[in-house]
Write a protein that binds this ligand. Structure first.
Ligand SMILES: NC(=O)c1ccc[n+]([C@@H]2O[C@H](COP(=O)([O-])OP(=O)(O)OC[C@H]3O[C@@H](n4cnc5c(N)ncnc54)[C@H](O)[C@@H]3O)[C@@H](O)[C@H]2O)c1
Ligand SMILES: [Zn+2]
Ligand SMILES: [Zn+2]
Length: 364
């Protein structure tokens, strides 16, 4: 079977024949039907995130269970599933506390690109090959915890987006920030993740949603996803523009969804007294930001991070799909292009150029 392999940082992906083992104890073999392409895939290709090539990536996948390993009970052959790129052991302190995305045991396994026991399931030219989720492969093997069964009436070419961008964006508004009816929200960066912060804030009842992006096409799209106002930083200081739209006060929540340290730093000035800056974009490794310290105690302003939209996977992913079926969350409109696996490098350049909300690789 075929997979797009990242052999080294800053090199194009190569579509290669790879070998995949049968699922071991507690693992599931999934026929990947579709995979969105997220900006994090581009960051990995550029060596900006701690993920070592050679590796198979792609982490916004959905597919059909092909085979289950011994001991797997939550899914069976034929089930439709969304793949999660992070999973949880179910037993540690954070899992017990209802924060499975912060499970340390699973985080270590995830970032290493290997399975829990440190071994790999893929081989290339007879050599072990790591994978992270692996939705840029036609089939993948992942732990049972990373496989979320979903309703069968949602097309997998749209459901895949719940595997990263939709969960991350909608969850940042609903779960991390807990936006309330009447809140004012600003969203900086209206790509595949930011558009989902916008629609998540809308579902939460935000009264004012200000979309901020350099690309006019993205701002138009943002309006379709629920933005009430738009701001283009090329037309003057964007934080001034946000304050002007909010009677000089700023927004209750400002979401940074680009991963740019300068924007993160600027964004603090667009946050209202008592409000929060929510960092969703992932800046390159090692970058620092500073904030005026006094505003924390005297204005109760705060800065929080949001990882994967603080999900409870088996609750949030199915409920997002229910909201889609109820026409309260858009998925199909996020798919700007459907591409073949052989067009993976085109997909990467489209996201780099800011051309698409999402490209989706549809496996043949
Ligand atoms: N926190 C998480 O768990 C998580 C999960 C997935 C992705 N991410 C991160 O979220 C970020 C966004 O991902 P995406 O897939 O939506 O990316 P994307 O490329 O689809 O969207 C980025 C958007 O930001 C806009 N932008 C770029 N520079 C800008 C600037 N200076 N001012 C205003 N807008 C600007 C672009 O025009 C584009 O619309 C990335 O950093 C990605 O790594 C985080
Ligand atoms: Zn992603
Ligand atoms: Zn755990």
């Amino acid at each position: 079977m075929r997979a797009a392999v990242l052999q080294a940082w800053n090199e194009p992906f190569q579509v290669r024949e790879v070998h995949l083992d049968q699922p071991h104890q507690g693992e599931v073999l999934v026929k990947v039907v579709a995979s969105g392409v997220c900006h994090s895939d581009l960051s990995i290709q550029r060596g900006l995130l701690p993920m070592m090539p050679p590796i198979i990536i792609g982490h916004e996948g959905a597919g059909i269970v092909e085979e289950v390993g011994p001991g797997v009970s939550s899914v069976k052959k034929g089930d439709h599933v969304v793949l999660t790129w992070l999973y949880s052991c179910g037993y540690c302190r954070d899992c017990g506390r209802g924060r499975p995305h912060l499970c340390e045991k699973a985080a270590m396994a995830t970032m290493s690109g290997a399975m829990y026991d440190g071994t790999t399931r893929f081989q290339l030219d007879g050599q072990p090959l790591r994978h992270w989720c692996g939705s840029f492969a036609e089939y993948t093997v992942v732990p049972e915890q990373a496989v979320i069964p979903i309703r069968k009436d949602v097309p997998l070419t749209s459901a895949c987006l719940v595997g990263c961008g939709v969960m991350t964006g909608v969850g940042a508004a609903m779960n991390t920030a807990r936006v309330e009816p009447g809140d004012t929200v600003a969203v900086v960066g209206c790509g595949g993740v930011g558009l989902n912060v916008i629609q998540g804030a809308q579902v939460c009842g935000a009264e004012r949603i200000i979309a901020v992006d350099l690309v006019e096409k993205k701002l138009e799209l943002a309006k379709q996803f629920g933005a009430t106002d738009t701001v283009n930083p090329s037309q003057g200081d964007w934080t001034d523009q946000v304050r002007a739209l909010t009677a000089g006060k700023g927004a209750d929540f400002v979401f940074e969804v680009v991963g740019n340290p300068n924007l993160i730093q600027q964004a603090f000035a667009a946050v209202r007294r008592g409000g929060k800056l929510v960092i969703v974009g992932v800046p390159p490794m090692g970058q620092q930001v500073t904030f005026p310290a006094m505003n924390f105690p005297l204005e109760e302003k705060g800065v929080i991070g949001s990882y994967y939209g603080s999900p409870r996977f088996r609750y949030d992913m199915p409920r997002i799909l229910d909201l889609y079926m109820a026409k309260r969350i858009k998925l199909d409109e996020l798919v700007s292009r459907q591409l073949k696996l052989d067009e993976i490098n085109l997909a990467m350049s489209l996201i780099e150029q800011g051309e698409v909300a999402r490209s989706v690789i549809v496996h043949g």
